[in-house]
Design a protein. Structure first.
Length: 483
């Protein structure tokens, strides 16, 4: 019997709560204590605090259709605010030790797939729509239909593909990989470094950061990603003070004039709910929203079940307590993320760190959320992190997402080929949507030619039809005389 299961068994014999807070959160009932909950809240925060650095870097490094970029300071404020508020709401409303913040992978979709097609306001409007639709799916019970529509191996392939995409972004952002100039007359699209080799102190910081991150992960050090980011930022600051470096990129690692500052809420409310429909085709908009829902919805389900199981909170039927409320709050977090321009917020698997320290209830979320609230006033300190110190975390997250590839049956071609295309097309085309579309279409075609068309869920048929139009939109528009 696992430790989490033992805790669940012991909870049946625990005395009633000693006070109203204990009774409300069922702390004693679940075999926990205030000390464990507080310790778990700190552990969860320090394990996922890296998002305060990475989210502004990912979103801030991208440009929208009109060449505009989001302000890093405002992004840090928005990221911390949404994480603080939604984590506390999840604790009080869902009573699970499940923290929320801007989702990695989801922010990459917004930054590199959606924003180039429209303005930032329009892109964040799609995130709000995605969150509202998830709430509708939860309320109407359609989540089960959506869950069963996509074969599990394809869901895993999507996560793997996003992992490779994120890792590739990390290599590119750090300058470890760069695009070959067109004038080179070569068929090689990318190269090592900026000139075919690694050069410069910033690249050294990145390489050392990758080695440090993977070493800490291999040692299973809690907070490995955050430790690496902080350590390499300090190293970068030292190097920047003694070496002659022309440019680090978007952020220069220099100590700010002040560590504490008033939060800048300038991005709050900067979204256009239906503006995207005026910037691109309706089919493209629908597919982009579907991509966000797919990435958010299924990752959340896996995270919620995984954290609840680890905490020993699943019932005899394997059900999550308060699942309806938990999923509704998660959908509301996506809305909050879009409304604040910090991208869709979602449940974090890093909450397992808090569970490992003893968290069993939503009380620990009050601690985690409070620490995110404190971070609102430390924006200047958080915005000195250079890309080269943060990008190793993207590579590490890519590895962690890549591990799901082991669950795919590679001997079964009817699922292996669609999974491969999903995984490969994402980084190769710099598009998550393209990867999902390629995988869905391949799955439908292969199932059909094998005489197994009846095994395909009707929602998958409909989605694949949309992807077919998406990929063939240019000849379709020519035939219809649109162009």
């Amino acid at each position: 019997m696992s430790e989490s299961q033992k805790v669940a068994v012991r909870s049946d014999a625990t005395p009633p709560g000693v006070n109203s807070v204990d009774r409300f959160f069922k702390i004693s009932e679940r075999g926990s204590t205030f000390a464990r909950e507080i310790r778990g809240g700190f552990a969860t925060f320090f394990t996922m605090a890296y998002i305060l650095v990475l989210n502004p870097i990912i979103l801030g490094s991208a440009k929208d259709k009109f060449g505009h970029q989001l302000d890093a300071v405002q992004l840090t404020t928005a990221t911390a605010l949404v994480a603080a508020v939604m984590t506390i709401i999840m604790g009080v409303g869902g009573n699970l030790p499940l923290a929320l913040a801007a989702g990695l992978g989801l922010n990459a979709v917004v930054a590199f797939q959606i924003a180039p097609l429209m303005s930032w306001d329009d892109a964040m409007g799609l995130v709000v729509l995605e969150g509202l639709l998830i709430c509708v799916l939860v309320v109407t019970g359609l989540r089960e239909a959506v869950m069963h529509a996509i074969p599990q191996p394809l869901k895993q392939a999507i996560s793997v593909g996003i992992g490779l995409f994120i890792a590739f972004i990390g290599f590119v952002d750090a300058g470890f990989v760069s695009r070959m100039p067109d004038a080179a007359n070569t068929t090689v699209p990318v190269q090592l470094g900026g000139v075919g080799r690694l050069a410069g102190w910033p690249i050294l910081v990145f390489c050392l950061g990758v080695l440090l991150t993977i070493a800490l992960l291999a040692r299973k050090v809690k907070g490995a990603i955050l430790i690496s980011i902080v350590t390499m930022t300090v190293v970068a600051m030292i190097i920047n003070s003694v070496a002659d470096i022309k440019a680090w990129g978007l952020t220069t690692p220099a100590w700010p004039d002040k560590v504490v500052d008033t939060p800048d809420f300038g991005l709050l409310g900067d979204f256009s709910l239906f503006g995207a429909f005026g910037e691109t085709t309706a089919i493209t908009v629908v597919l982009l929203i579907f991509t966000l829902i797919l990435s958010d919805f299924f990752d959340t389900m896996g995270t919620v079940v995984g954290i609840s199981a680890e905490a020993g909170l699943l019932d005899d039927q394997g059900k999550v307590p308060n699942l309806g409320r938990v999923l509704l709050i998660d959908g509301a977090a996506a809305v909050a993320g879009g409304a604040s321009s910090s991208s869709s917020a979602t449940s974090y698997i890093e909450s397992a760190a808090g569970v490992g320290e003893g968290s069993r209830t939503g009380f620990s979320n009050l601690i985690t959320g409070g620490l995110f609230g404190l971070a609102l006033f430390l924006t200047p300190l958080l915005t000195i992190v250079p890309l080269q110190a943060a990008a190793p975390a993207l590579v590490a997250v890519g590895f962690l997402m890549m591990t799901q590839v082991k669950h795919i049956d590679w001997d079964k071609y009817e699922i292996a080929i669609p999974a491969f295309l999903t995984i490969a097309v994402m980084p190769f085309t710099y598009s998550i949507t393209n990867g999902i579309g390629a995988g869905f279409l391949a799955y439908v075609v292969i199932k059909t030619v094998l005489g197994k068309a009846k095994d395909i869920h009707w929602l998958l048929w409909g989605t694949s039809a949309l992807f077919l139009v998406y990929f063939a939109i240019d000849p379709i528009e020519q035939v219809l005389g649109v162009k």
